[in-house]
Design a protein around this ligand. Structure first.
Ligand code: EPU
Length: 438
């Protein structure tokens, strides 16, 4: 695929595109297939590079992954085997998903070798919650030059775990480990994102016993065997919200096929407050700019059911066009406003406060690592040459280039294909004027 795109901006995006299964569910459901004794079938799998990376990791461990038709994966774990170091090492730095192989591999092989992780550079992104949880199940963690080696000589036993923060990945780690551990696991302060609920649905189809109590507590009763599943992945909420912000920023009208209201309620409220309009249909949601001025908002990112950290970057581009001062508080990651530098180069007025901003209207107590971005609009954007820094920031550059007057070049597109399926074809379907180069 080309590495760069030259965009002639200033044209509202209009038309219909489809979103398929969520990156942040499909990749985890693929890992879950390792736990079954029989093949699993996953439907609505997006063609994105994070799926390819997990496919390669599964392949390294002997899981046969085939695709009988587009969007469908059959994952056969009948011949799970130890991986060669070179195969694992080749995946180092490419994704964070491999960390979730730990529990399933410990159950299947008694040990797990995990490459050094990658993923977007949006802060430290430590794995201490994951490792502490695995130790609580009885695993032994060694960090070596090869990566992370985890063993469980006495098998894994259910544990009482309380996460310091409702981490999505650590909750998934516990679920994927506890389902086949001996006894009952109690997980307090769990993440409850819709993708996690969908992963629980996958595991229940496989034979797991999982229930929830109020206040983010999940119980998992370990079972001896699990079988394969057939499952259609939940739609990609982050992609849907990204196209919605693209419609708003460019003054356009986009029907996002496959988007569902229930899982986007928090986003829809903010979208409406900014001045965007939407219509909920059976088969998707129409997002459009109804005319008139956009309004500034105060938003804070949070764990579900709050406003997702992955929604703020595309929204910020739309906020550069709102009349007045908006504030976005980032409370999930400690460094997720780096992408705004390029927007400033394109004419936006954005000031980032690295230590956050106090505000009387705040809903959650201030987190230690939070920052705030103050966006003053409206500011016309002009074309520039920008380089994609991370997945969501990168998509926001596409929106900024589409909104801007004049020509922009966006390079390092490979990162965007980690999480946005066929985004070039979708831009074409929406009437964007561009050319791929490189
Ligand atoms: N954290 C720790 N220690 C840990 C794990 C997390 O301190 O061991 C901290 C993180 O540094 C962060 C916070 O906890 O400050 C939340 O991280 P979380 O574990 O919830 O995030 P994640 O599982 O690594 C997933 C998504 C992200 C999404 C977040 C939040 C995947 C593959 N990634 O990351 O998606 O932003 O949850 O919802 O599911 C993206 O799609 O672009 C993306 C980055």
């Amino acid at each position: 695929m080309s590495d760069s795109i030259v965009i002639d901006g200033g044209i509202p995006l209009r038309g219909r595109i489809e979103v398929r299964g969520a990156k942040n569910l499909a990749t985890k459901a693929m890992v879950a297939a390792l736990l079954g004794d029989t093949p699993s079938i996953l439907q609505d799998v997006p063609q994105i590079s994070d799926v390819s990376i997990v496919t390669r990791m599964l392949d390294a461990y002997g899981v046969a992954v085939t695709s009988p038709e587009e969007g469908v994966l059959v994952l056969d774990p009948s011949n799970v085997e130890r991986a060669h170091f070179a195969q694992i090492d080749a995946l180092a730095g490419s994704s964070r998903i491999p960390i979730l192989f730990c529990g399933p591999l410990l159950h299947r092989l008694g040990e797990a070798l995990i490459p050094d992780l990658g993923g977007c550079r949006i802060g430290d992104r430590p794995i201490d919650f994951h490792m502490d949880a695995l130790r609580a199940f009885g695993a032994i963690v060694d960090k070596s030059y090869e990566g992370i080696r985890i063993t469980a000589p006495d098998g894994l036993t259910g544990a009482n775990i309380e996460l310091p923060y409702p981490s999505v990945g650590a909750t998934e780690q516990v679920l994927l480990t506890a389902v086949r551990a001996r006894g009952v696991t109690e997980l307090k302060n769990a993440a409850i994102e819709p993708e996690i609920m969908d992963l629980i649905a996958v595991l229940q189809k496989m034979g797991a016993i999982i229930w929830m109590e109020p206040n983010r507590t999940i119980f998992i009763e370990g079972v001896e065997t699990l079988s394969g599943y057939t499952h259609r992945a939940i739609f990609d909420r982050n992609e849907a919200a990204s196209w919605a912000s693209a419609a708003l920023a460019t003054g356009g009208d986009i029907f996002v096929g496959g988007a569902k209201q229930q899982d986007l309620m928090t986003f829809l409220n903010v979208f409406r407050k900014v001045g965007g309009a939407f219509e909920v249909h059976e088969d998707g949601i129409r997002f459009y700019h109804p005319g008139g001025a956009l309004k500034p908002v105060q938003v804070e990112t949070d764990v579900h059911p709050g406003f997702m950290t992955d929604w703020q970057q595309p929204l910020i581009v739309a906020l550069t066009q709102a009349e007045g001062v908006s504030v976005v508080h980032e409370t999930v990651y400690e460094n997720r406003f780096g992408f705004t530098d390029a927007l400033v180069e394109m004419g936006a007025d954005i000031v980032v406060h690295q230590d956050g901003l106090e505000s009387v209207t705040r809903r959650v107590p201030r987190r230690k690592l939070e920052q705030a971005a103050v966006i003053t609009g409206p500011t016309p954007l002009h074309g520039a040459d920008v380089r994609v820094p991370d997945l969501r920031g990168g998509f926001s550059y596409l929106i900024a280039a589409l909104t801007a007057e004049g020509r922009s070049t966006v390079t390092n597109l490979g990162i965007i294909s980690r999480g946005y399926e066929h985004f070039v074809e979708k831009l074409e379907a929406l009437g964007a004027r561009f050319e791929l180069v490189g």
